[in-house]
Design a protein around this ligand. Structure first.
Ligand code: SF4
Length: 400
């Protein structure tokens, strides 16, 4: 963003009106601008209809409408597309748009967005973790990942309609969302606010690796969105092997925080559980997982592990996954068993990662980053190959 430009999406209509008035424009123009951006979903002032050219020029100079720029996309399969965004400082982030058939026969689309460049949490199954934390995304950079996905059509009434291509948002791309909480909250408010995109809170899911103290705070302050927790181990011994965050927030603390959250916020939590052969797929783990799920009244999403090259781990085979799920069923735990690998959707969302080190950013230990000015060095085939399954949808495509 050129120096001094104001992030547009963070502004309320009143704040925009004040900015316009201070620059000598009529205050009512703020309503017109909001209508263009949030109803008509036009994100370039020059394209705003019925706006004086002078005002459009001012808006473009004064405000930042494109905090992240779409620079590439890659189809991962029939139903999944991955997108690469360039940030003003030369870093990159990714998002994924995935489609899945729902039980009603309709196709449902979900957008999976990132909240950080890289990640500090170090989950062993996640390629993002291998390259460390670079920085938090701003609220605008999180919102910007949704902006290219607008469908436009003319209704039979002759009225033009613009709506997002996706029905659900999952925040489980690169980064730990709750570690960038202020910017996450501001971005979700832009999606959710009736004066802005008006996206229902129940259609937004935030996934965390288990930042227990943040969950405790959310239980006190309230959080309108759906919550998923990456569990992946049902005892401390097993979970700590997979997720180093467990040493800081052991299961007893995490489960207590999650219970407080679900009771105070009145929302069912989803527990994500990636099944890794001989690591976390024992029947004893299934029984422990069932206990946790019952304590939380949570839904469990069992997900086949996607191999990470540097790790010896393998996916639990189908028979083990089915037997594991059967134990959950016998214990009365609501669960879904994700589909067999081979579906590109399995590799679609989750915490995104760059599989190959981007040469430009490798020296800095950055996840998916390159130094400023090196955008042109990033060939499209190098970017992001998500190593993790998407936990944002169940086997039948339902939003979790
Ligand atoms: S899985 Fe999520 S929280 Fe864990 S290292 Fe990857 S991006 Fe971070």
């Amino acid at each position: 963003m050129p120096a001094g430009r104001i992030p547009f999406y963070a502004l309320s209509r009143e704040e925009l009106a004040s900015e316009l008035a201070a620059a000598g424009f009529e205050k009512f123009r703020a309503k017109q601008v909001f209508d263009c951006v949030y109803s008509k979903k036009i994100f370039a002032p020059k394209a705003f209809p019925a706006l004086p050219a002078k005002l459009a020029g001012f808006l473009g100079e004064r405000f930042d409408f494109e905090p992240a720029k779409l620079v590439g996309d890659r189809k991962a399969g029939d139903e999944t597309k991955k997108y690469l965004f360039a940030l003003p400082d030369g870093n990159f982030v990714e998002c994924v748009l995935l489609k899945a058939p729902a039980e009603d026969g309709k196709t449902r689309k979900t957008l999976c967005v990132s909240t950080q460049v890289g990640c500090a949490c170090g989950c062993r199954f996640c390629a993002s973790a291998m390259r460390g934390f670079v920085r938090n995304l701003t609220a605008g950079e999180i919102v910007a990942q949704a902006l290219p996905f607008v469908e436009r059509k003319i209704l039979t009434s002759g009225r033009a309609e613009a709506k997002f291509e996706f029905e659900n948002i999952v925040v489980m791309g690169m980064g730990e969302p709750l570690a960038n909480f202020d910017n996450l909250s501001a971005a979700l408010a832009v999606f959710n606010s009736p004066e802005k995109f008006g996206f229902g809170a129940r259609r937004i899911t935030v996934s965390t690796c288990g930042i227990a103290d943040r969950l405790e705070k959310l239980a006190e302050t309230g959080f309108p969105y759906r919550l998923a927790i990456s569990l992946h181990g049902a005892t401390d011994e097993v979970r700590s092997q997979i997720m180093p965050i467990n040493k800081k927030y052991p299961l007893a603390r995490l489960v207590a925080a999650a219970k407080k959250f679900s009771e105070k916020c009145g929302r069912m939590i989803t527990l994500e559980y990636i099944m890794i052969e001989n690591v976390n797929d024992s029947f004893a783990q299934a029984r422990e997982l069932a206990k946790i799920a019952r304590t939380l009244h949570a839904h469990v999403n069992l997900i086949p592990y996607n191999r990470v090259e540097s790790l010896p781990w393998r996916r639990s085979d189908a028979a083990r996954r089915a037997a594991f799920a059967k134990i959950l069923a016998e214990k009365g735990v609501s669960h879904t068993l994700r589909r067999e690998k081979g579906s590109e959707i399995d590799a679609a969302c989750g915490q995104l990662a760059l599989k190959r080190k981007l040469e430009a950013g490798a020296g800095g230990g950055a996840c998916g980053s390159a130094e400023a000015g090196e955008t042109a060095k990033i060939p499209p085939e190098t970017f992001f190959n998500c190593e993790k399954p998407c936990a944002g949808q169940s086997e039948n495509g339902e939003q979790l």
